[in-house]
Design a protein around this ligand. Structure first.
Ligand SMILES: C[S@@+](CC[C@H](N)C(=O)[O-])C[C@H]1O[C@@H](n2cnc3c(N)ncnc32)[C@H](O)[C@@H]1O
Length: 281
């Protein structure tokens, strides 16, 4: 049975569609094809109060609703649930590859898409100067209430003016770019936020496993859409986020894209389910 992880969340669900061929070393070439053929960038996560799914769910959990959870709909997988509890995880309850990622962070740190602030709080407690950025007002309120000292409510694509030694994009935060063709724009922007010698630390998954056939071959369609791209619609207590794009990226492809943006990539750790941590410098 084929499974998908959401935002590198650990629960898995069944995939709806089945598909046709590709192998890892082809990824950089396929990326070029995708880049050349994509004309428009998709809609990114946009928020008003009702649509602030992460924020409303985190606020309720923080206020005592320990069963709060987000319903995760995508165009390729069965409906799944993301319990708020996972967003409030402490270091001991983080997957080992995420722990490995945090151990790479140094100096002034920017945590992008910080959500409930779990990574920011851990690093702040270690004595680092952490800025936690999130587009969700509700998440920012929760982070302030949890004691994160520097919270910035805003869109990463509009954030500028300060520079950092480490930039974190965890729980597949690199997907914030929306789709693969927009990744260079994100990386070019993040470069402007890095101090000399600074690093971007990220995790993601290779969704190739979704297309694994019983005979061990992999069947992925050669369309104008990179196979890691998904369309999400999140739900919380009857309200929906509306459709937005998010994507997962395999290590070969991100190494190629990052190379075009003059970043080098280091593979740092492997997770339990086709997920990995990398760093760009
Ligand atoms: C899957 S959650 C990541 C949670 C957190 N990094 C963790 O590991 O627990 C994605 C977060 O990214 C935030 N987000 C989405 N688009 C954003 C953007 N353009 N700028 C800043 N934050 C954004 C969302 O509000 C949400 O809190």
């Amino acid at each position: 049975m084929v499974k998908v992880l959401h935002f590198t969340y650990m629960e898995t669900t069944t995939i709806k569609t089945v598909i046709p061929l590709q192998i890892p070393f082809l990824q950089p070439f396929i990326y070029k094809f995708v880049k050349a053929s994509a004309v428009k960038f998709g809609r990114l996560m946009k928020l008003n109060e009702d649509k602030d799914i992460f924020g409303r769910c985190c606020l309720d959990y923080f206020a005592g609703d320990k069963d709060a959870k987000i319903i995760v709909n995508t165009d390729i997988a069965e409906t799944d649930e993301l319990p708020a509890e996972h967003l409030f995880r402490d270091f001991e309850n983080m997957p080992s590859h995420e722990q490995a990622a945090l151990q790479q962070a140094r100096g002034d740190i920017l945590d992008i898409g910080a959500c409930a602030g779990s990574h920011a709080l851990y690093l702040q407690d270690l004595g680092y100067n952490v800025t936690a950025l999130d587009i969700s007002k509700g998440c920012c309120e929760v982070m302030q209430k949890r004691g994160v000292k520097n919270v910035v409510c805003g869109d990463i694509f509009k954030f500028s003016g300060k520079t950092y030694d480490s930039i974190l994009l965890l729980m597949n935060g690199i997907g914030i770019a929306g789709n693969l063709p927009k990744l260079p724009e994100l990386l070019d922007h993040l470069r402007t936020l890095l101090n000399p010698g600074g690093k971007i630390i990220f995790d993601s998954s290779d969704l190739q496993y979704l297309y694994l056939e019983e005979d061990g071959s992999i069947s992925i369609p050669l369309t104008d859409r990179y196979y890691g791209e998904l369309i999400y619609n999140l739900e919380y207590k009857g309200k929906q986020s509306g459709e937005f794009k998010w994507f997962f990226v395999d290590p070969y492809t991100i190494e190629a894209v990052a190379g075009e943006c003059n970043f080098k990539m280091q593979f740092l750790a492997e997770g339990p389910h086709y997920d990995y941590v990398g760093c760009l410098y």
